[in-house]
Design a protein around this ligand. Structure first.
Ligand SMILES: Cc1cc2nc3c(=O)[nH]c(=O)nc-3n(C[C@H](O)[C@H](O)[C@H](O)COP(=O)(O)OP(=O)(O)OC[C@H]3O[C@@H](n4cnc5c(N)ncnc54)[C@H](O)[C@@H]3O)c2cc1C
Length: 471
């Protein structure tokens, strides 16, 4: 009897799952699936309780859908990655597994775990797949086989590769001839969980595919014009689905091209494709520069910036009480829903680093602890971009003005009013400078005055970066 085991990690779906499809190719084999929760490891990685909740929900769905195909999903819980390899070994021995199928993860701890796994599992053939990317890391390189450090040439080379041949999607498995007995237990992970709003984030594969279809049909062509305005539904909100693997990026690519066939040539939908390529860029970079997983900046001199340790200001930023309405509304959106609009992520990150001069790693960690879509590569990439410590990042002297950013991207203040009810009384543009409004009207607001003066903070930050550059 041949038994194949699929180890599910961040790929909680049946459609276009390369490891699952490969495991099912031999119709005579018995196929088992496994998920190993590692709460201690997740805690070290600052995984958010909302993401844990999404994983639990998705796992229950996955278990049911796999059972319909005759594939039982076993769920185990151990402390950390090292223990997960021991657990995997036990499962392989218990079920006489001959072949193990899994999709690669590119973060350093995950890669070390997989290296240990391959060493430990003697007698089991292990096969890994580049499933969470459209093109595998290492397949888009410069002429002298180096990883691109700048996005635009990477994107151009990437598009060229895509035009030469699109990565195909694989089908969901058919019902197995050899059906294993299903596992009938509701999955309950011990990791702390915070419920998420399923109206905001699809939590099962079917809804994720439906949302992708809807977005590509209705909104992808207008994405370029609408994506920067947090008060409107201009983006896909599919990031959490991509992070836990309810969707693959190949599915996104194919659905986009079905609705916007000119996207590869720079036509409608091209800007959304661009974002999917940013996601790939950060994953490829992380594979080539493991220091990015170790809290190291890409640009070495930026590690000499003298950050300020100010727990009160950090807490004000975290709680959305800085006195700058666009920053505070964004942080409340994050804290209450587990998601934040991309434009706002850039604004609040710039504010923490360049107005408060607080170490970007504090922000990176806090985001991971709150985001439902928390993803090491994208989060680290975003923070290093905003802090000007990353490759192809914003130059250090580019410092967003939080007031004008609000005026530009939430002109009427609709987004701010949604998240800061204490400012509802202020009509029009005055909402962006509530302290001036209060002074003028002689009113007292239940809202803080700015915790820093932007102009002054900007000068101090420029001086701190200059000093680090010359050190
Ligand atoms: C400081 C900061 C932190 C971030 N942290 C994360 C994170 O932890 N997880 C995460 O998925 N994204 C992160 N991003 C990127 C981006 O903000 C989110 O992917 C996006 O807001 C998700 O919303 P959406 O699904 O509607 O995206 P859409 O605009 O519809 O984009 C489609 C998909 O492309 C990918 N994507 C879009 N923009 C980026 C980007 N700049 N970098 C990498 N991938 C991108 C996402 O997978 C997204 O779902 C971060 C950005 C910044 C500036």
């Amino acid at each position: 009897m041949t038994t194949h085991l699929v180890w599910f990690r961040a790929d909680l779906r049946l459609h276009d799952n390369l490891a699952l499809a490969a495991a099912c190719r031999d119709t005579q084999a018995t196929v088992l699936a496994l998920f190993i929760a590692t709460p201690e490891q997740w805690k070290q990685h600052h995984m958010s309780p909302r993401q844990a909740s999404l994983i639990q929900f998705s796992l229950n769905e996955l278990q049911q859908k796999l059972a319909e195909k005759g594939i039982p999903l076993l769920v185990r819980e151990v402390a950390d990655f090292a223990a997960s390899v021991d657990e995997l070994k036990n499962v392989c021995a218990e079920h006489q597994v001959s072949q193990l199928f899994y999709n690669y993860q590119y973060e350093i701890n995950e890669r070390q775990r997989d290296a240990l796994m391959e060493k430990t599992l003697k007698g089991v053939v292990c096969q890994g797949f580049d499933d969470s990317v459209m093109l595998a890391p290492g397949s888009v390189m410069t002429g002298d086989r180096q990883m691109y450090k700048v996005f635009t040439p990477f994107k151009n080379a990437y598009l060229k590769r895509l035009k030469e041949g699109l990565p195909e999607c694989v089908r969901a498995p058919s019902v197995r001839e050899k059906v294993s007995s299903p596992v009938e237990q509701a999955i309950k992970l011990s990791y702390p969980q915070t419920p998420f709003d399923p109206a905001l984030f699809p939590a099962d594969e079917k809804s994720a595919i439906a949302q992708l279809r809807h977005f590509c049909q209705q909104r992808a062509a207008e994405y370029e014009a609408k994506r920067d305005f947090p008060a409107i539904e201009g983006t896909s909100r599919l990031s959490a689905c991509l992070t836990v693997g309810l969707l693959s990026p190949r599915q996104c690519l194919h659905r986009l091209l079905a609705e916007c066939p000119e996207a590869l040539e720079g036509g409608a939908g091209a800007v959304w494709l661009n974002e999917l390529i940013w996601r790939e860029f950060y994953r490829h970079l992380m594979t080539f520069y493991p220091k990015l997983c170790r809290f190291k900046p890409f640009i070495a001199w930026t590690d000499k910036v003298q950050w300020q340790s100010d727990p009160e200001k950090l807490a004000a930023w975290q709680q959305g009480k800085t006195g700058y309405p666009i920053v505070d509304a964004a942080m409340r959106q994050l804290n209450e829903t587990g998601w934040m609009h991309n434009r706002l992520r850039m604004i609040v990150a710039s504010f923490l680093v360049k107005d408060l001069l607080i170490d970007w790693r504090e922000g990176e960690r806090y985001f991971m602890s709150q985001l439902i879509d928390g993803d090491l590569a994208a989060n680290n990439g975003g923070w290093q971009w905003a802090a000007s410590t990353g490759t192809d990042a914003a130059p250090y002297f580019r410092i967003f003005n939080p007031t004008t950013q609000g005026e530009k991207f939430d002109k009427e203040g609709d987004f701010i009013r949604q998240w800061l009810p204490e400012l509802k009384a202020i009509s029009g543009k005055a909402i962006h400078t509530p302290w001036q409004w209060a002074d003028k009207e002689g009113r007292t607001l239940d809202y803080p005055r700015p915790i820093v003066d932007h102009k002054q903070a900007r000068l101090e930050t420029l001086a701190a970066y200059e000093a680090a550059r010359k050190a």
